[in-house]
Design a protein around this ligand. Structure first.
Ligand code: PEP
Ligand code: MG
Length: 752
């Protein structure tokens, strides 16, 4: 089918516009030529361009038809007059009798009193209003859809000119956020403390489109249709290869992809003379601008889906986006993402990464844990962060208060630089504790270890002042590799970990794959409920080769040194027995080969599945230590997905019930003489650590960045005060005792 003939005028106009854009002259000269062209092309007596300036002001930059003296003089606030109304709603406005519109504001310097009809469209870029483009006629003219469409297309091309930095400085453009232009503050969830200052990097960057205007709309239309077919085909395959509830979700997504309205809007934009990529971007930009005004959650989700689909379609058109790892960031930066897997985070240069802002995210998601381990502040649930932040925007991430400052003013920046410096000094004070033991004021020694998963964590081990490694997440290096490491590679790695630990104990947790820890090369199949699915030791028991290789590598690495093995996600004693048999086989094999036996060899289990609590009588005599994985434990105890942002603050383990659970566990382990530690994220929070130590836990293992703080907390506690206080709290039905414990800490000079 040939492209609709009614668009011929629009295409001719766009082609001329392209020539002007490509020609010489300043941006101002180009604007002058553009207004003349548009007025002629649309048969209008007036064409004017208003550009958004700092302070939410739209300034007349060029006009054909209005009085020249008004240029750079006429200014309208967002929401003021017809032009301001268009900017406020990010929608076109077509009026055959403009003077009757309630927002009409007469500006005598323009001489516009003789013009009766008015058509204006927002100049949008990435969903932000950069200005307004308007035409006017003396007569009472009813502008038709094709004309509105044409003006919108032209506005899209102009957006590039405005963003080019010549008309107004890039600084000023950058400050334009949505319809607002002031620095912006986004509130979110505190996921990892600290202050980070850097430039924004969007995790999935917007694709840069090289060609906006097409020479051959028919060809563009076929390119578009081919890309749409490819995308549909890929989605079909995805749906076909999926079962259960996920399939329903994908089906819905595919149905949205077939949304005739959406596709025809893109085709229309191609018909007006844009390239296929530019057309997708235009429709996406319109949708984003509208999205900011939709409050109904279902509709917003739908628009989000369309936004995702537009990105996907762009990839089919442009042949893919550059991988994150390939991007070069010269500056210190902050990553903005909807959500992210831990492996994706590792693609970024951690030396220059200053913060992570997630639209979703929760405290125990692996990406959070990993970022925390790197000392990177993290904010979660920052609504619309991707829409409101542009690549290159200066940002402050205030992980202590759950805030992100976008394009902050100099004053704010200075204040935060000072705060960061004060924090650094506090760190120096804390560092002074490095060689001191974690002992309470009444003399109870607490073993304070750190969690690790990367050699990089280990390289700081000596500086951190931890008593050992309470949790070494062995799957982390697996997640960053394209294939499974062999026994030699693993043995080398574990050997280095032990060397760096310098004689202090390391609890190697065997592979915890599955759930939220997926390996790029391991297809575990789709699961409806992966956190409770085929993961960790369940996988190891069904596919023992992987575990046996790992244990072999660990035995070899330990040589005659101490080896601590810890099994994750054990749900019943019989599983531990089966794991032990595999371990014994490897020990026998090692003996046959005359490898030295690790000495001592200690076997522990993570308590993450609540059912274990009811098997302690049989479990405890079989193990050398127990470690509470509170991240998973809490998720199973409260049936609350650890990765679900909506539930992140819903249940508090510092509730009467949660504390009772922990107290009983500590008591029973103590009675059985089995050391019990807590290695989940709660141990790294000072208030939680007070509760844990007060309830009887004598071993904690926390992220490296939290060791000093928790040591300070422990060293300022008096158990004879804390323990009775907690004993009194556990009875009852309180759903959170956090504030009470915090107040107690303040009253008793406990550092939190
Ligand atoms: C836990 O579940 O608390 C834990 C420490 O293990 P992970 O976070 O690696 O699942
Ligand atoms: Mg776990």
């Amino acid at each position: 089918m040939s492209v609709d003939a009614s668009h011929t005028g629009s295409r001719r106009l766009l082609a001329r516009l392209r020539d002007v854009m490509a020609g010489g002259g300043s941006a101002h000269d180009k604007l002058e030529q553009v207004v003349t062209l548009i007025a002629a092309g649309l048969d209008a007596q007036v064409c004017s361009i208003y550009v958004m300036r700092a302070g939410e002001v739209l300034e007349l930059f060029a006009t054909e038809g209005l009085l020249r003296d008004a240029v750079h003089v006429t200014r309208l606030r967002v929401g003021e007059g017809l032009v301001g109304t268009i900017a406020a709603h990010a929608r076109p406005l077509a009026l055959s009798d403009a003077r009757n519109h309630p927002s009409f504001a007469f500006r005598p310097e323009t001489g516009e009193e003789i013009y009766r009809s008015f058509l204006g469209v927002p100049i949008l870029r990435g969903g932000r209003v950069m200005g307004v483009l308007a035409v006017q006629n003396t007569g009472q003219r009813a502008y038709v859809d094709v004309e509105i469409e044409t003006l919108e297309t032209v506005a899209m091309v102009l957006a590039e000119l405005v963003a080019g930095g010549e008309l107004i400085s890039r600084e000023e453009t950058r400050q334009i956020d949505g319809i607002g232009i002031l620095p912006l503050r986004l509130d979110g969830l505190k996921l990892a403390a600290g202050i980070g200052i850097g430039q924004a990097v969007l995790h999935r960057p917007r694709i840069q489109i090289e060609r906006l205007v097409s020479d051959d709309p028919d060809r563009e239309l076929s390119r578009l249709r081919r890309a749409v077919d490819e995308m549909h085909g890929a989605l079909d395959n995805m749906v076909e290869s999926t079962e259960g509830e996920h399939r329903d979700i994908l089906e819905t997504y595919r149905m949205i992809a077939e949304d005739a309205g959406w596709l025809s809007r893109i085709e229309e934009a191609v018909a007006t003379g844009l390239t296929a990529e530019a057309a997708v971007q235009k429709v996406q930009s319109d949708l984003r601008a509208r999205m900011n005004q939709i409050s109904e959650p279902y509709l917003r989700e739908r628009v989000h889906d369309l936004d995702d689909l537009a990105n996907r379609l762009q990839q089919y058109l442009t042949g893919g986006v550059r991988a994150t790892a390939e991007m070069d960031h010269d500056h210190e930066f902050v990553v903005i993402a909807r959500s992210m897997g831990p492996a994706e985070l590792m693609d970024y240069d951690r030396n220059r990464m200053r913060g992570l802002v997630l639209e979703e995210g929760s405290p125990t998601a692996h990406v959070t844990i990993l970022a925390k381990a790197c000392g990177v502040p993290v904010i979660g649930r920052a609504r619309d962060a991707l829409d409101r932040i542009e690549t290159g925007d200066p940002l402050i991430v205030d992980g202590d208060h759950g805030q992100v400052f976008v394009r902050p003013s100099e004053d704010v920046l200075t204040a935060f630089r000072e705060a960061a410096e004060a924090r650094r000094q506090h760190q120096v004070q804390l560092a002074a504790l490095r060689d001191l033991p974690a002992v309470t004021r009444n003399g109870t020694r607490i073993t304070l270890s750190m969690n690790a998963g990367l050699l990089a964590d280990m390289s700081h081990f000596r500086d951190i002042g931890a008593d050992g490694i309470g949790l070494y997440r062995t799957e982390v290096p697996f997640m960053a590799r394209p294939s499974l490491p062999g026994v030699d590679d693993q043995a080398n790695l574990y050997g280095r970990v032990l060397d760096l630990a310098n004689g202090k104990p390391v609890a190697f947790r065997t592979l915890d794959i599955g759930g939220d820890k997926l390996l790029p090369f391991w297809d575990a199949g789709d699961e409806e409920n992966p956190a409770m699915g085929w993961r960790a030791v369940r996988m190891s028991l069904d596919r023992p080769a992987l575990l046996r290789q790992q244990v072999r590598a660990l035995i070899r690495a330990a040589a005659a040194r101490e080896l601590r093995l810890m099994f994750p996600m054990v749900s019943e004693v019989a599983e531990l027995d089966a794991l032990r048999r595999l371990l014994d086989m490897e020990l026998e094999r090692a003996a046959r080969l005359d490898w030295p036996r690790p000495d001592p060899l200690r076997v522990g289990v993570m308590l993450e599945v609540p059912a274990l609590l009811f098997q302690l009588d049989d479990l405890l005599p079989r193990i050398d230590f127990l470690s509470v994985g509170s991240n998973d434990l809490i998720q199973f105890l409260y049936a609350a997905d650890r990765g679900n942002a909506r539930l992140a603050e819903r249940y508090d383990v510092l509730s009467s019930a949660g504390l009772r659970f922990l107290r009983d566990l500590a008591r029973r382990c103590d009675a059985a003489g089995v050391p019990v530690s807590v290695c989940g994220e709660m141990a790294a929070r000072p208030v939680d650590a007070i509760a844990l130590v007060g309830l009887g836990f004598r071993h904690l293992s926390v992220a490296p960045s939290a060791v000093a703080q928790i040591k300070e907390t422990i060293r300022s506690m008096r158990l004879e005060q804390v323990s009775p206080f907690l004993d009194n709290l556990v009875a009852g039905t309180s759903s959170s005792l956090r504030n009470q414990i915090k107040a107690f800490a303040v009253d008793h000079d406990i550092a939190i």
